[in-house]
Design a protein around this ligand. Structure first.
Ligand code: GSH
Length: 231
């Protein structure tokens, strides 16, 4: 049975933009494991019923069905111990978990208010309706208002990334000398942004900018070569 990864896509099925699916995709690449991409859209909830929940990523690997990016990383580490390690042992696993929680709690919430309208624009019409309704309910205002003034607000987002920047002043990657899951947890957010938007989140002299360039080049430029919305 072919291994499959369900990934969120836009109107164009080549535009894969979930930050969590990108974490799983990079983890697979790190392990050197192939998985066919199964494009999934917000409104296709029934297509995920087999996984017992309604979000992507979902990895299907033979009889195993694993949802949630963190659980997928742990599954890959446990199931393919001979392949390069995602965590470098239990201590590294706990630190990668901290970074993934920090991204979920600080980085991604900062990004969404800058990008929410760009996300909506890249969706198919049916998903646009679902996205607008669910996100406007969550934020309590129209998408256009959530995204308003982002040129002035992006500086606050950049400041919030200071802990990450300080690490990247001292190390090539969040995991040290070479990339690992800690990096993929953070990079997923930047691939979310890159896939659906041309709004520049980072200044060119930011160490995070240099790290993002290195991440884009990994695995033969897999992320750099992935489809992006037209400028
Ligand atoms: N904690 C989950 C979060 C997964 C998640 O929120 N996925 C989003 C895509 S970015 C989703 O499927 N959302 C469906 C929806 O909003 O209806 C993980 O780490 O995988």
């Amino acid at each position: 049975m072919t291994r499959q990864l369900y990934e969120l896509v836009g109107a164009d099925p080549e535009i894969r933009f979930s930050p969590y699916s990108w974490r799983a995709r990079m983890a697979l690449l790190h392990k050197g494991i192939d998985a066919e991409s199964r494009p999934w859209r917000f409104i296709e909830k029934e297509a995920l019923a087999f996984s017992g929940q309604d979000k992507v990523p979902v990895l299907v690997d033979g009889d195993a069905v694993v949802s949630d990016s963190w659980e997928i990383a742990r599954y890959l580490e446990r199931t393919y111990p001979q392949a390069p390690s995602l965590f470098g042992g239990p201590q590294g696993e706990a630190m990668a978990r901290f970074i993934s929680h920090w991204c979920d709690g600080v980085m991604l919430p900062g990004m969404i208010t800058l990008l929410v309208h760009d996300i909506w624009r890249c969706l198919d019409p049916a998903s646009q309706g679902y996205f607008r309704e669910s996100r406007e309910k969550r934020f309590g205002r129209p998408l256009e208002e959530i995204a308003a003034g982002r040129e002035e607000r992006v500086d606050g987002f950049r400041k919030a990334l200071r802990p990450m920047r300080m690490v990247l002043n001292d190390y090539q990657y969040l995991a040290g000398a070479s990339p690992a899951y800690a990096d993929y947890a953070a990079f997923g957010g930047f691939m979310w942004a890159r896939s659906i938007s041309h709004f520049e989140l980072l200044e060119p002299d930011d160490p995070i900018h240099g790290w993002r360039e290195r991440m884009l080049d990994l695995y033969g430029g897999y992320a750099r070569n992935s489809m992006r919305v037209a400028a």
